[in-house]
Ligand binder design. Structure first.
Ligand code: GAR
Length: 201
């Protein structure tokens, strides 16, 4: 797998910034070839441009269909010879055109221990459910939301006085460490996927 990353975002972009920082600190041997947002107002586009990374907006509302939007995203990534796609707060389901263009080469980060609490507001879901431990999952992307073989998980304890904001902040700090580590593991290769299992010998 080549070490050129394409990062897809929809908003704040703190996980994108964490990848930029990990590359800068040499914890992650990779290059971010392009950042693509589906929203023009995503703050992450600014993080990318300040780091000298090409940043594009492909607004899904301007595409005629979900597939057409996914084809445009895939084309921009392929034009830049991207080897691994990293979703970083990309709040869209990934459809067949993008999955086919990057088989076993799209990662997502999610703020819970999947399969618990998929979808939006995972920290709030965790608090509402009353779990005592939650965490972070980095997984390969499939057609199903927040599903796919798990690369790494990290736990985050839930404190008695946590609010959605305090819990989210601790989970996010763990996400920032975990994403760079998971991307490095995948780029290093030597792994295989058996069923749902990601196996590093
Ligand atoms: C992160 O917590 C990420 O795990 C979550 O969105 C946030 C984006 O923050 N993603 C999902 O919930 C995906 N289902 P960021 O824009 O600051 O990286």
């Amino acid at each position: 797998m080549n070490r050129r990353l394409g990062v897809l975002i929809s908003g704040r972009g703190s996980n994108l910034q964490a990848l930029v920082d990990a590359i800068g600190d040499r914890r992650l041997d990779a290059t971010i070839a392009v950042v693509i947002s589906n929203r023009a107002d995503a703050h992450g586009l600014g993080h990318a441009r300040r780091a000298g990374i090409e940043a594009l907006c492909l607004d899904h509302r301007e595409a005629r269909s979900r597939d057409e939007h996914d084809r445009s995203v895939a084309r921009e990534l392929q034009d830049r010879d991207v080897g691994l796609v990293c979703l970083a707060g990309y709040m869209r389901l990934v459809g067949a055109p993008l999955l086919k263009a990057f088989p076993d080469a799209i990662l997502n980060i999610h703020p819970s221990l999947l399969p618990a609490f998929p979808g939006i507001d995972a920290p709030r879901q965790a608090l509402g459910h009353g779990v005592k431990v939650t965490g972070v999952t980095v997984h390969f992307v499939t057609a199903e939301l927040d599903n796919g073989p798990i690369v790494i998980q990290r736990t985050v304890p839930v404190m008695r006085d946590d609010t959605p904001d305090t819990l989210s902040a601790r989970i996010l700090a763990e996400e920032h460490r975990a994403y760079a580590e998971a991307v490095a593991t995948v780029l290093d290769g030597g792994w295989r996927i058996e069923g749902r299992r990601f196996i590093v010998p």
